[in-house]
Every structure is written in C-alpha cells, then in structure tokens.
Design a protein around this ligand. Structure first.
Ligand code: VG1
Ligand code: CO
Length: 543
C-alpha cells in the first residue's frame, strides 16, 4: 500500500449548483473527474489530520465506485476516520444527523437527488459542513475556484474495503467504520415524535402506503414505520434502493409518483400516503384522493407543531424559500414568530437554524425540515404528519381543509419547462429583468403589480448577499408569479414558473388548482413571452 500523487488538469464546469455538483454519469466516469473535485474539496478544507468524515450516497449507479475512490483519497489526505454507510448507503438527512452526532468535520453525499439514475442517468456529489448542512456559497465557490486550478491529487492504492461488513476497517493509517445507515437517524426520530401514539394508530387498523421509489428512504421507512411503529409489512412499497431507481424519476410529486397517487384515489385507499426522493430529503404527503402541496404541508406542520414532543416548546421562527407560498407566513403571524424568506436551496437555512432564529423550514419543491438536522428530511416529515394524525384523530384532508378555513388558502402551482435551449432561457430571463423597472404600478389583467424585482437576499446572520435569486412579480393583493432557472438540471436549462393566489373565502377553497390560477398563468406567459422564447406552448411538468 502506498500513497501517490497523480498529475491532472482541470475540467471546466465543476461549479456546484443549488445542491452540489450534478452531471451525467458518463461525465463522472471520465478519468480524474471525480478525483479533481474531491481533491478541490479537501484542498478547500485544509489540514484534516485527526478529523472525521462522513460518507455515503443514495445507492445510484456509480455510488460504490465513488465511495471506494473517496475512501482512498481521504486516507491520502490524512483524515483520522471515515464513517461510511453500509453498502455505501446514507440518505442526505442521515448524513446530516451522523455528522452532528459524531462531531465530524463534514460529510460527502453522493447523489443527484430526484434526478434519474443508471448508466445513462445523473450522478452528483455535495459537501456538508460541520453543522451537518450543505456547504454555504462561499465554500462551494472556493471549491469551484480550486477545481479551475487543480494540478494533482493524492490517492492511496489500497484495495477496496468490504462495505457490506459492519464495523472497523482500515485504509492506510485511516480508520474506517462501516455503520448501520439507519440507527443514528432512527434514534433521533424517537426523540422528536410520539412513537407510542403512532403505534396505537397502526394497531387500531390505520393504513398507510410509503413509496420509497426504489431510492434511499426505503430502508429507513421500513426500519422505522414497519419495524418500530408496527405498520404491517408491505406498508413501504418500492422499498429496495436500485441503481437505476427501477427506471423511474425518484421525485415525489403527483406526476412522478403516479403509482401512489392512483392508489390513494382508489376505492379502498389507505388513510395516508407518502413518498420520498432519491436521497431521502424530499417528501410528498397524500390523503385519500387528496395531495397536499409542500407549501401547505409546511404551514399545517407549523400550526400544529406543539402536538409533537420534539416541538412542544413552540417554534422560534419559520423559514421558507422565496418561491414557496406564503401560507406559512400567515401561521407565523398568528403565532407571533418571525417568518424568513430565503433563496432556493437548503444551504440558506443553515445560518438561521444555527442561530436559533428558525425551527421549521420548507421549500415548495417537496422539502420540509427543522432544526433537528441541517438538511430537509423526507421520513421526518412523514413521521411528523403521522404524529399529527395520531394526536388529532383527523384525516389529512380534514386537517388541511380546516387549516384553509382558518387561514385562507394559498392556491399554488409550479410549471417547469425542461431541457430548454440554455441561450434562449437566459435571454428570456434577461429580457424579463429589463422589464422589471417599469412593471410596478401597471395593470396585468385584473391584477395590479405592487412589486417587481430580482430577489436579493442578505443573510441576517453573516450579512452575505446573494443576488439574482428569482424574478418575482407581486400583485397588490399578494398573488405572485416567480420565474427562475433551475440549478440542479444536467440537460440544457429548466425554467420554473411559480404561481400563487390567495383566497380567503372558504366557498372558493375547493377549486381545481390550475383553474384557480388560470388568470395568473396567462399573465406569466404574456409577461415573459415563454412560447416566443422557448417554442413551448405548455410546461413539461406541472406540480
Ligand atoms: C431544486 C428545487 C430546490 C431544492 C433543490 C435540491 O432546485 O427547486 O428547492 O432545494 O432542487 O433539492 P432547482 O435549482 O433545480 O430549482 V434535492 O432534493 O434535488 O437535493
Ligand atoms: Co433530494
């Protein structure tokens, strides 16, 4: 065994996006590609001697190869120890949990999250810092600048370790511990939720379906929901992580989790349905024939948080990403706590959580989480809902309808235009930006524009400023249209159009969402000239 230094040359475009570096598997398979990025992460971290690193991924194609490579590089970089998930598996929230529990320096998550996997699919890598959360922008930018100059990397030539055997191993001088991917995480969940009450719920015949989408959350859901909470075997479907997610998009929304949506609409539907994404940090909540929008889910959890033991003391604040609906703002107002509005991406919640300013956080993209870790957390959200259902004895639809009756309903939808020509998408955004200055005060259909700007965020904790985080057109009655380009795609550009309309009157709380938003949809098309720029008359995905 020896450690060698290998010469390399930089690859263009190794800039982490909304959540790490994501590329086609074939890009990651190029010699030195992964190594260059990992070396750049390690160079950015500096001296790692005596430090612990957490490592794991969502089990997608290329995960095992990457895990072994990173172990050899970590040994060459002087790490004292790596905690790696058995079989190379760790969900994103579990990585966050393990980093915090074991006071690690940080962790590496191998995942492209909700993007498809397999040899033709996507792969990804992201670095999480000591608080357990995604590296903030100053760190990801430093890593990116390093990738532009990297000229060598260090790696051991040690043999692969057996990732299936739990317990101690070694690479060079470095200790490796293969850990149960679920244990630390499950222990944390027991501290937050009333497992006894949920056990009683299942014992009383309550039925649930959790769709693991052949991604990483299956083993977590099985161990906790079937194993510890006593739900019958088979409650978790598509529970075994597959390298290609069974050929599906592991994205828990009504379009990609159609199997679950159909089941929940069937005659003999279970009481409760849920799904999670590739790396286990997203969640979709479904009642009988009733899908809950992520923005509403955040608001409902916030309104009832004190029913869960981990949140009995109340919430310090709520944080949501800018495009997420303002439903949570109304709850925050009623609770007399602050509501923060951040750019898209979980990394922007880290400082608010660390500073104790926010307890619950959420994004419209099926992401919900809290101060228990520093990532969004799919299984956590499902357990939180189970806790509410057990504590109130109400159905999902009842809880949400009552919420609307009390706070009003924020109709909400996101329209995605995927795989656009990048130049055309950039031009669409640029031309919108030019229009912004003259939009305020003008009439758009029956709406009057109150504010039109490009969202800029100043972090209230460290003062860092993030610009161009989404173009928003806010109407005088609070309705909004937001435009931004995705930072997680790997093919061309994706335009996301976010639409929100507030309705106070319960008489109008049960309209089909697209119908309720139709006037705003038309305005969005007209203001941005979507069809003209992109040649697309309709979005590819509507959620
Ligand atoms: C998308 C979502 C964003 C989320 C990000 C990572 O980013 O919109 O809310 O934080 O994915 O989620 P973008 O830039 O494509 O809009 V995950 O579960 O893919 O790590
Ligand atoms: Co994810």
């Amino acid at each position: 065994m020896s450690i060698t230094t290998i010469s390399t040359t930089p690859f263009a475009g190794q800039r982490p996006g909304t959540s790490g570096l994501r590329k086609k598997v074939s890009v990651f398979q190029q010699p030195h590609y992964l190594e260059n990025f990992v070396q750049s992460v390690f160079d950015t971290l500096g001296d790692c001697s005596g430090k612990t690193l957490v490592l794991g991924g969502d089990g997608r194609f290329h995960n095992l190869v990457a895990v072994q490579t990173i172990l050899r590089m970590a040994a060459a970089h002087g790490f004292a120890k790596v905690l790696v998930g058995q079989g190379g598996i760790l969900s994103t929230p579990a990585v966050s949990c393990v980093i915090r529990k074991h006071a690690a320096l940080g962790g590496i998550v191998l995942s492209a999250s909700h993007n498809p996997g397999g040899p033709e699919g996507d792969f990804g890598i992201k670095y999480n810092i000591a608080n357990g959360g995604p590296a903030p922008e100053n760190v990801t930018e430093a890593i990116y600048h390093r990738t532009e100059a990297v000229s060598q990397y260090r790696i051991s030539d040690a043999a692969d370790i057996d990732l299936n055997r739990l317990g101690a191993a070694r690479v060079e001088e470095m200790d490796v511990e293969v850990i149960d991917p679920v244990a630390d995480y499950a222990e944390l969940m027991q501290q937050l939720f009333d497992f006894d009450a949920i056990r009683k719920l299942f014992a009383g015949g309550f039925r649930m379906c959790f769709d693991g989408m052949h991604a990483v959350s299956g083993p977590y859901a099985r161990a906790i929901i079937e194993g510890q909470l006593g739900a019958p075997a088979g409650t978790v479907i598509n529970a075994v992580p597959l390298e290609d997610f069974g050929g599906h998009h592991p994205d828990p929304n009504p379009v990609n989790a159609a199997e679950l949506i159909d089941l929940m609409a069937a005659e003999n539907a279970p009481d409760f349905g849920a799904a999670s994404d590739g790396d286990g940090d997203r969640n979709m909540i479904v009642g009988r024939n009733f899908a809950v929008t992520p923005s509403d889910s955040l608001a409902v959890l916030a309104a009832h948080a004190t029913l869960a033991p981990g949140y009995r003391a109340g919430l310090k604040g709520i944080a949501r990403s800018m495009p997420t609906s303002q439903a949570a703002d109304r709850v925050a107002e009623a609770l007399g706590i602050p509501c923060y509005e951040t750019p898209t991406g979980w990394k922007f919640f880290g400082n608010l959580l660390d500073a104790g300013k926010a307890t619950l956080c959420g994004e419209e993209s099926y992401g919900t989480g809290s101060s228990h870790i520093r990532e969004k957390d799919g299984v956590w959200a499902v357990l939180f809902w189970l806790n509410l259902l057990a504590a109130t004895g109400k159905s999902v639809e009842q809880l949400v309808s009552e919420h609307w009756a009390r706070f009003g309903r924020n109709y909400y939808s996101r329209h995605d235009y995927e795989a656009l020509d990048t130049k055309a998408a950039n031009e669409l955004m640029a031309s919108l930006r030019i229009k912004l200055a003259t939009l305020a005060g003008t009439d758009l259909g029956h709406y009057v524009v109150a504010l039109a700007d490009d969202f800029e965020y100043t972090d209230p904790v460290d003062g860092s400023v993030s610009t161009q985080q989404g173009i928003r057109i806010v109407m005088t009655n609070g309705s909004r249209i937001v435009f931004r380009l995705s930072g997680t795609g790997t093919e061309g550009a994706t335009l996301r159009v976010y639409l929100e309309r507030y309705e106070a009157d319960p008489k109008y709380h049960h309209l089909p969402t697209q119908q309720a938003l139709s006037a705003l949809i038309l305005i969005a098309e007209q203001v941005a000239g979507i069809a003209d720029w992109t040649g697309r008359a309709h979005p590819t995905v509507t959620t």
